[in-house]
Design a protein around this ligand. Structure first.
Ligand code: LLP
Length: 440
């Protein structure tokens, strides 16, 4: 139970109220951290990340074959974080040369890395082969020949999964669906495409076909779409087995829904992962794979890091628009968090320096960028904010910094990791010089 029950699963596990009514995270006073490193700033609570990682590994611990949890690094990829993930025994899903390079930089165990992407460049495939990543997840027919040729030239044999598209439209934001019939990801199970792909892989001696991968989307709160997709995948695998191609590995991706608002029904993402693992066994058995259940890997991104992250902004102005809302303008916005603008994502907030004050009215939290859509929160009940107050937005750990931009030439925020009462700067705030550093 979180010390802030309303924010259970939304704010970091260690969030609590300390002396002076200040928000504490990881034993650190958020007001002090903001004073010391400036705002906007992102705080990550290390304990929350480690607890989630352990819980996810436990959730698949009873699986009858090998089971791995691969953190989807696209949610947020930074050296300190990948180090924590490696220490927790996690694997990694990377989708670009950049993410792979960061992983290599901290010497992340390569065997535990899967390289994804629907249009990997020749250079990226080269990097993946050179780094000897555990798996390359092939997305399309063109990639098969390219990877097979490059692997052959290096004289290596690359273990691969084929990403298939199960044609399942999960109930989530349209932009977050990735397994609907008309998707750019994977090869269709509804046509001959996936079978053609496996056939082409099997013919190439530089590729080692291990199994199938799918990912149906993000922010999925129900188990049904996984069942449907698994059923289709195993039906397909049955056909492969009859052609002498056993399904040795299976990844049903990630996508477990997390809670952003106190009004969201509580979700137990870890229980969901457990259910998915159980379902794999059940469906495998139904399709005659008892005794030959494939190794499993799941790929949560958001569920591992969202609630660990807290965005902290300083209020610059409070403007009541006659007949409209009261806009509380903060010193960040869509450059560090594009999710409200991109997906209509909703958040809650607290005043980190006045946690014990009662909410007085409803406010809008406006970003500082030159765009009307730059509203972080349309409605939130708060004590009446004043310039200088600190607005803290929980559930900011996934897909904020990972998608941050320099819009309006805003320097990207600093990042601090808090643990056991110590705040550690892991990324300094960008400077104006950084903004032109790559101009030639
Ligand atoms: N595996 C694959 C192949 C994926 O494409 C993704 C996410 C994941 C795993 C992790 O999904 P998660 O567990 O984090 O839901 N920018 C969007 C989310 C895009 C997700 C893309 N793929 C957002 O801010 O909501």
């Amino acid at each position: 139970m979180s010390p802030l029950p309303r924010l259970e699963g939304i704010a970091p596990d260690t969030a609590t109220v300390g002396p002076g009514g200040h928000l504490l995270v990881g034993g650190c006073d958020v007001v002090d951290v903001a004073l010391r490193y400036g705002t906007p700033i992102y705080l990550y609570d290390e304990a929350t990340i480690r607890a989630r990682a352990r819980a996810f590994r436990e959730a698949v611990g009873g699986y009858p074959a090998r089971a791995a949890v691969q953190y989807a690094a696209k949610a947020y990829c930074a050296p300190w974080l990948l180090r924590v993930m490696a220490e927790e025994g996690m694997g990694l899903d990377v989708v670009s040369g950049g993410e792979l390079q960061v992983a290599a930089g901290v010497d992340f165990p390569r065997e535990r890395i899967s390289f994804h992407g629907n249009n990997k460049t020749g250079e990226e495939l080269e990097l993946a082969l050179r780094e000897r990543v555990g798996r390359v997840v092939i997305d399309n027919l063109d990639e098969i020949d390219r990877l097979a040729t490059q692997a052959a030239e290096r004289g290596t044999r690359q273990a691969v999964l084929l990403r298939v598209n199960p044609a399942v439209a999960a109930r989530t934001h349209e932009h977050l669906q990735t397994g609907a019939a008309d998707s750019k990801f994977g090869l269709s199970l509804s046509s001959d495409d996936a079978a053609t792909g496996v056939g082409m892989i099997a013919e190439r001696s530089s590729l080692d076909f291990r199994g199938l991968h799918f990912h149906i989307g993000s922010q999925i709160g129900e188990i049904e779409p996984y069942r449907e997709a698994l059923d289709r995948a195993f039906r397909f695998a049955r056909g492969l087995r009859d052609r002498g191609l056993p399904l040795r590995e299976l990844s049903p991706g990630g996508g477990y829904r997390v809670r952003y608002l106190p009004s969201d029904t509580p979700v137990d993402t870890v229980a969901m992962a457990h259910e998915v693992a159980k379902m794999v066994v059940e469906i495998a058995e139904r399709h005659g794979f008892a005794g030959a259940v494939p190794d499993l890997s799941i790929e949560p991104g958001r569920a591992l890091v969202a609630s660990a992250g807290l965005a902290v902004y300083r209020v610059g102005s409070v403007k009541a628009v006659p007949g409209g809302r009261t806009y509380v303008a903060v010193d960040g916005g869509m450059a560090d968090n594009i999710r409200p603008t991109a997906y209509g994502a909703e958040y809650t907030a607290v005043l980190a320096n006045r946690m014990t004050h009662a909410a007085e009215a409803t406010f809008a939290i406006a970003g500082r960028y030159c765009e009307s859509g730059d509203i972080l929160i349309r409605e939130v009940r708060l004590p009446r904010p004043r310039p200088g107050d600190l607005v803290a937005i929980p559930a900011s750990g996934a897909y904020h910094l990972a998608m941050a931009s320099n819009y309006n030439l805003a320097p990207r925020p600093a990042v601090v990791v808090v643990a056991d009462g110590v705040a550690r700067l892991v990324r300094r705030r960008e400077t104006y010089a950084d903004l032109v550093a790559t101009e030639v």
